[in-house]
Design a protein around this ligand. Structure first.
Ligand code: NPW
Ligand code: ADP
Ligand code: K
Length: 498
């Protein structure tokens, strides 16, 4: 399934209309599908308030109002602008609405919101059809700011149509105010803004409806990753050996931070790696050995370790970074791994810090690389302010992955995976309980574990991120989010990675 920008969605709408279906019929279809979802949440006799803006989003709202009324519900529509400001399709629907039994009121800037707030308070459901994908990045103005804040304050269940009003569809940032919906009925495809920044909090529960638009009619390489899209875990052959499932080297941990290495090691082991070897500094050998899973080999190293030391013995992938600290100089080993070996490398956490000092080594690298930064680490890597990145995460991520020819895993609620060819994959799992220390170490280990199993690095990254989130979701579904720890993610793998 593809993820689209508002511009791409508008082009898809236009192409569909050009292919023979009229704009008004497409709107009727959108409204019908939304009505079906809304109706399933209603009980007989309920009162629904629909707030319609002047554009086609408001047109969808009018179709919903008319159809709900035909089904016997009491419906009240509030228009935010006079009829002459409506888009052509909205005007057509307004003519249809006047022939129905729906109560209609035009809110006026002069009269303010008197009566509106009381009506919302008396409703059982509020439908937000003020702005959709046509929202522009300009100040909302006092009128809309007050109106959207009043919607949020009403305390009633809110269903937003296509995208919560005030939320930017291109980046998930809000204008001065934005509707915080309980449910958003998304027409045809996820908009980028539903998945990033404030988007998921404004969207509430997302429900997608199909109105028959072909997502491939416009060129677009942004995807929403679901289980059926993954190539991991690999099917195990009966005639196979542990080395067929990857020998993973993990360079991680330092004094005071051995936990990071232990979590990464278990992440790799439990994602099906055939063999895991943990390289740790001499001074932490004893505590690491005492706490490591018995299946893991432990070796010590200093910072002059070479790729050759690691490359021997059929090693398939190296993970470097979790908990290595920033004091020692890791540039020798990083350069050596990238220049002198062809073993794929996953670089995480403090490894990214050391890499940021000489990023250009990536351009000379002989071997495939995955980087797994969160937004702060990505800011350090690129030298671009975090706030700037948040305004255009896709542009920055895509540009970086293409320039340095790496697989980039940009971590957050809906982690994005960028391929060196410019594709973007949005993950569909995880929950805020996973914002907990060590969660990223587990992920890095999982990605390395999958990368060892003869899949390409992009597939390993997609699977690692997906199953990491799925394990967190499994725990949260059973026990809630607040007690979730990195260890619980590892313990839940067995239920999701079958
Ligand atoms: N046929 C189709 O295409 C289909 C489309 N569909 C539906 O249409 C939706 C897109 O509709 P849309 O393009 O008409 O835009 P929409 O979101 O209603 O808003 C435009 C209005 O908002 C205003 N406005 C903008 N920014 C503003 C700001 N910052 N502050 C204040 N005002 C602002 C803007 O004003 P203007 O810029 O014109 O002055 C204009 O009046 C889409 O989400 C889906 O629900 C479906 O029915 C399927 C078929
Ligand atoms: N709000 C959130 N919702 C869902 N997942 C999150 C959230 N915050 C962080 N995560 C996930 O948790 C992990 C945290 O990684 P990271 O920030 O490197 O943590 P650490 O260094 O403590 O291990 C990432 O996989 C990220 O996607
Ligand atoms: K809306």
């Amino acid at each position: 399934m593809k993820v689209v920008t508002p511009q791409e969605m508008a082009q898809m709408d236009q192409k569909t209309i050009a292919s023979g279906i009229s704009g008004i019929d497409l709107m009727e279809k959108a409204g019908t599908e939304c009505t079906r979802v809304i109706e399933s949440t209603l009980k007989e006799g309920m009162l629904i308030c629909v707030i319609c803006g002047p554009g086609n989003n408001g047109g969808d709202g009018q179709v919903i109002a008319r159809q709900l009324s035909e089904k016997g519900f009491s419906v009240q529509v509030f228009f935010t602008e006079p009829a002459d400001k409506m888009s052509p399709e909205s005007q057509t629907n307004y003519s249809r609405l006047r022939e129905s039994s729906v109560a209609v009121q035009f809110l006026s800037h002069e009269a303010g919101l008197e009566g509106f707030e009381a009506s919302l308070a008396g409703a059982d459901l509020v439908v937000d059809a003020v702005f959709g994908t046509g929202l522009k990045d300009r100040p909302l103005g006092e009128w809309y700011e007050t109106l959207l804040n009043a919607v949020n304050a009403c305390g009633k269940r809110i269903a937003a149509i296509d995208i919560p009003s005030g939320l930017r569809g291109d980046n998930g940032l809000t204008l001065e105010a934005a509707v915080e919906a309980d449910q958003t009925i998304i027409i045809q495809n996820y908009k980028v803004g539903c998945l990033l920044n404030d988007g998921p909090d404004c969207v509430g529960e997302p429900v997608l409806v199909d109105i028959g638009i072909d997502e491939n009619c416009v060129e677009n390489n942004k995807y929403f990753v679901q289980k059926q899209d993954l190539r991991c875990p690999v099917k195990r052959k009966k005639n196979s050996h542990k080395y067929d499932y990857g020998s993973v080297v993990i360079i991680a941990g330092s004094k005071g931070m051995i936990g990071a290495g232990l979590l990464a090691t278990e992440g790799a082991l439990k994602s099906g790696a055939g063999l895991v070897t943990s390289y740790v500094p001499l001074e932490v050998y004893l505590p690491v050995a005492a706490r490591s899973p018995v299946e893991v080999m432990i070796k010590t190293y200093d910072c002059n370790i070479t790729g050759e030391d690691i490359e021997h013995d059929r090693k398939r992938v190296v993970l470097i970074g979790p908990g290595i600290g920033r004091k020692k100089n890791y540039s020798i080993i990083l350069n050596d791994l990238l220049y002198n070996t062809t073993v794929p490398v996953v670089i995480d956490a403090d490894g990214l810090f050391h890499l940021s000092r000489n990023l250009d080594v990536l351009k000379e690298s002989k071997t495939p690389v995955i980087l797994t930064p969160h937004f702060g680490e990505f800011s350090t890597l690129t030298g671009v302010d975090r706030e700037e990145i948040l305004k255009d995460p896709i542009g920055h991520g895509r540009c970086f992955a293409e320039e340095y020819q790496v697989v980039l895993v940009l971590k957050g609620y809906r982690t994005m995976i960028f391929s060196p060819e410019g594709e973007v994959f949005f993950n569909s799992t995880s929950n805020p309980g996973m914002a907990t220390a060590g969660s990223g170490d587990v992920l890095a280990g999982m990605i390395a574990g999958f990368a060892g199993q003869s899949v390409d690095l992009l597939e390993a990254a997609k699977a690692g991120v997906f199953y990491h989130g799925a394990a967190g979701d499994y725990y949260a579904e059973h026990y809630g989010e607040s007690t979730l720890t990195a260890r619980n993610i590892i313990d839940s793998f067995k239920y999701v990675l079958k």
